[in-house]
Design a protein around this ligand. Structure first.
Ligand SMILES: Cc1ncc(COP(=O)(O)O)c(C=O)c1O
Length: 373
């Protein structure tokens, strides 16, 4: 019965053009959809310096953080984070675990969580696991958030509001100032996810704007601009101690291998020297937005993550296939992830790309849009 049900679901997905499959990004294609926003993960110079500095670190920690999985290097990393952010820090194995763990460990049936409608799946899962009362505000619409706060502030002792900084699908961005003003007015706990702003904004937008003391749970997943994996949680000592004692996704899992922890520490120390990467990324971002205007394309992004609206899934698939034949790999965001008729190409820029790469890509994209249909 189970097999039959699952098989029917997959067949339906295929018929609707929404079946997900795993594909290797071929080496001969230029990846314009990478999340490695600073081009760190495979930078030969950085890797050489890193392996010279840390030549023989183990590739497994073989244990959870609470047994023998907290190595000297983990301790050094958390100390360095505390020095930078002026608050305690805790390293998690992934952004998914970090987000889910924070929410499910601290919040429960007695609390209300109000979350941006487009927050990441890890945030949504954490809310479900926590069994909290749950409301969503329209994406980035802080006026709507305010209305929900006005209606509910007196009904709950503890309210958690959750937002990301830059959103991964469309590269649009929360108004942090306004969010903090609401926190001051309504006195809620605030959780912010910096997955798509860490690195691109140095230590992140919260650090950059001196908002650290207003954010109760700052999560910094490292798989994007961090060029690595794992996630930092920056929070008070009280919360940190509680996670170490009660956070199931922190306690009951083998911790990151020392080699990855060392790479995170290495990158953290390098961040102040990444100005040239950030400047190049900013100039490629500007060029891309200029070309979008020139070719009359549609986006709502104002950052390095740029979604270009194409149309239905069929049209998007055809354009992506054509771009492959011209040497470009781009990721398509399809219905039903996005509303009908708004399937899009999602670009993730990085400083290893050249201006010429971007110019050629838009020529080919423009050609495909105007001649394939
Ligand atoms: C906003 C956001 N938060 C969290 C995650 C999960 O992080 P990780 O990949 O480290 O599990 C992702 C994507 O992977 C993300 O886009």
């Amino acid at each position: 019965m189970l097999r039959k049900k699952i098989s029917n679901i997959l067949t339906n997905l295929k018929e609707e053009n929404t079946l997900r499959t795993l594909n290797v990004c071929p080496d001969n294609l230029l990846n314009l959809s990478s999340n490695d926003y600073l081009g760190l993960s495979n930078d030969k110079n950085l890797l050489k310096i890193f392996y010279n500095e840390y030549p023989e670190l183990p590739l497994s920690s073989s244990s959870s953080r609470l047994i023998s999985g907290t190595s000297e290097i983990t301790y050094d990393l958390e100390k360095e984070l505390q020095f930078i952010y002026k608050k305690p820090a805790l390293l998690f194995n992934s952004g998914f675990d970090c987000n889910t763990c924070v929410i499910e460990t601290f919040f429960n049936e007695n609390t209300l969580i109000i979350s941006d409608k487009l927050n990441h799946a890890s945030i949504h899962d954490g809310i479900i696991h926590s069994k909290s009362n749950f409301l969503r505000y329209k994406h980035l619409d802080l006026d709507h958030l305010k209305i929900l706060l006005e209606k509910n502030r007196n009904k709950y002792e503890d309210i958690l509001v959750i937002s990301e900084t830059i959103y991964s699908m469309d590269g649009d961005c929360v108004n942090i100032d306004k969010l903090i003003s609401l926190k001051k007015e309504f006195n809620f706990y605030l959780m912010i996810d910096e997955a798509h702003s860490y690195g691109v904004h140095g230590y992140g937008m919260i650090y950059e704007g001196s908002y650290i003391n207003y954010v109760d749970f700052l999560t910094i997943p490292l798989g994007k601009g961090g060029g690595s994996l794992g996630s930092y949680l920056i929070c008070d000592q009280l919360f940190k101690d509680y996670i170490i004692n009660r956070g199931r996704k922190f306690i009951y899992t083998t911790s990151l291998p020392p080699i990855n922890v060392a790479w995170n520490l290495f990158i953290l120390k390098q961040i102040p020297h990444f100005h040239y990467r950030i400047e190049k990324l900013n100039s490629l971002t500007k060029l891309t937005h200029d070309l979008i205007k020139k070719y009359n394309l549609k986006t709502i992004s104002n950052t390095h993550i740029i979604s270009i609206i194409i149309g239905d899934n069929n049209k998007l698939n055809k354009i992506i296939s054509y771009l492959k034949t011209r040497g470009f790999f781009v990721y398509g965001v399809k219905e039903p992830t996005v509303p009908k008729g708004t399937s899009r190409i999602r670009l993730g820029l990085n400083p290893t790309l050249t201006e010429q790469n971007i110019i050629m890509f838009f020529k080919e994209l423009n050609y495909a849009i105007n001649t394939l249909f």
